[in-house]
Design a protein around this ligand. Structure first.
Ligand code: 13P
Ligand code: SF4
Length: 314
C-alpha cells in the first residue's frame, strides 16, 4: 500500500509528479479504467507509437505491456521510459524468442525472407525484421512488401492469416497466438449472438479464423471506436480484451456494448495488461523505475523497421 499525503488523492499526486518530471502518461485501450481516465493519451499500439515519437516530454510512463514501452524507448533513446509493472509481458512476445527467429532465418537463408514483425515482439525480434506492423496497419504494410521476396510474418498466426485473406498475399506464418484472443470460440460467440439477434459483432484480428468468420468487422482496437460510433446498430458485441469496453462506453455512450464472452467467462482479461495499477504508476513516476533499457546496438537495429512502419502508414 502506498502512503499518500493526507487530503490528496492518488490521481492528484500522479498529476503533481507528472508536472515535476515533465512526464506524459500513455495508456493502451486495455488498461484498467482508472489509468485510462488520467492518461494523456489512450489508444492502440499504432497510435501509442506515434504519440511516443512526437512527445517532447522527458519521461514517458507507459501503461501497457513491455513490448509497447520498449518500442517507445527504441524511438526515444534519450528519454526515460518507465513501465509500472516490469512483468507486464505478452504471450505473443514469448512465442517468438529472438534466438529462435535468428536460427530459423539462418537455416532458411536461401529463401531471403522479407520479415514482417507484428509490434507484439521483443526488440531482439524487431532487430531481425525488415518492417514492423500493428493490427491497425498490417494490411497496408503487407501490400507495400516487395513482390519478389517471400514474406515471413511473425509472431501472430491469426493476424497473419487475416492479412493473407485481405491482401491475397501468401506468407509463411510463425505459429504464435495471443492467449486472450484465442479464448473466444465459435460456440461462445455464436451463443451471445443468439442472445442478441440484432447485434453486430466487431472482433480483433488476433481472434481465430472461426471467430473472425462470425464478425461483421475485424479491426484494431482504435478502429473499433470508429466502428461502434458509425454503426447504425444499437447492440454491438465487442470481441477483444475487456479494457476496451471502458473506452468505448465513454466515447460511444447510448449504445449497448456487450463484451464478447469466452467458454469460461463473460469477458476476457489480459493478465499482463491488468498488472499495471494506479499505485504502481504513482511509484514508477516517483522512483523513475522500472525503467526500460536496452543495448544500443539492438536498439539501433530495432529502430529502423519501426521508423519504416511509421513512414509507410502515414
Ligand atoms: P491494438 O494495436 O489493436 O490495440 O492491439 C494490441 C494488442 O495487444 C491486442 O491484443
Ligand atoms: Fe499480448 Fe494478447 Fe495481452 Fe495483447 S491481449 S498484450 S496480444 S497477451
Amino acid at each position: 500500500m502506498v502512503t499518500i499525503a493526507q487530503g490528496t488523492s492518488l490521481q492528484e499526486q500522479i498529476a503533481e509528479l507528472k508536472r515535476e518530471r515533465n512526464a506524459i502518461i500513455l495508456a493502451h485501450n486495455y488498461q484498467v479504467g482508472e489509468i485510462q481516465d488520467i492518461a494523456d493519451f489512450v489508444g492502440d499500439s499504432l497510435g501509442l507509437a506515434y504519440r511516443a515519437k512526437e512527445t517532447d516530454a522527458d519521461v514517458i510512463a507507459f501503461c501497457g505491456v513491455h513490448f509497447m514501452a520498449e518500442t517507445a524507448k527504441i524511438i526515444n533513446p534519450n528519454k526515460t521510459v518507465v513501465l509500472p509493472d516490469k512483468d507486464a509481458g505478452c504471450s505473443l512476445e514469448q512465442a517468438c524468442p529472438g534466438d529462435e527467429l535468428a536460427d530459423f532465418l539462418e537455416e532458411h537463408q536461401e529463401k531471403n525472407y522479407y520479415v514482417i514483425a507484428y509490434i507484439n515482439c521483443s526488440a531482439a525480434v524487431k532487430a531481425l525484421s525488415d518492417v514492423i506492423c500493428t493490427s491497425g496497419n498490417a494490411e497496408k504494410i503487407v501490400r507495400a512488401a516487395p513482390e519478389d521476396r517471400p514474406i515471413l510474418f511473425v509472431p501472430d498466426q491469426n493476424l497473419g492469416g487475416w492479412v493473407m485473406e485481405k491482401t491475397g498475399r501468401k506468407m509463411d506464418l510463425w505459429q504464435g497466438a495471443c492467449y486472450v484472443h484465442v479464448e473466444f470460440t465459435r460456440d461462445s460467440i455464436s451463443h451471445i449472438k443468439d442472445e442478441h439477434p440484432d447485434a453486430v459483432v466487431v472482433a480483433h484480428p488476433e481472434c481465430t479464423y472461426a471467430v473472425r468468420l462470425l464478425a461483421d468487422e475485424v479491426c484494431s482496437t482504435e478502429k473499433m471506436v470508429d466502428f461502434c460510433r458509425n454503426s447504425p446498430a444499437e447492440n454491438i458485441i465487442v470481441v477483444t480484451e475487456s479494457g476496451m469496453l471502458h473506452r468505448l462506453r465513454k466515447e460511444v455512450p447510448g449504445k449497448n456494448l456487450i463484451a464478447g464472452p469466452t467458454d469460461r467467462c463473460n469477458c476476457a482479461d489480459c493478465r499482463y495488461m491488468k498488472m499495471n495499477t494506479l499505485e504502481k504508476l504513482y511509484l514508477s513516476l516517483r522512483d523513475l523505475k522500472p525503467e526500460i533499457t536496452l543495448p544500443e546496438d539492438v536498439r539501433k537495429r530495432a529502430e529502423a523497421p519501426i521508423l519504416r512502419m511509421l513512414e509507410l502508414s502515414r
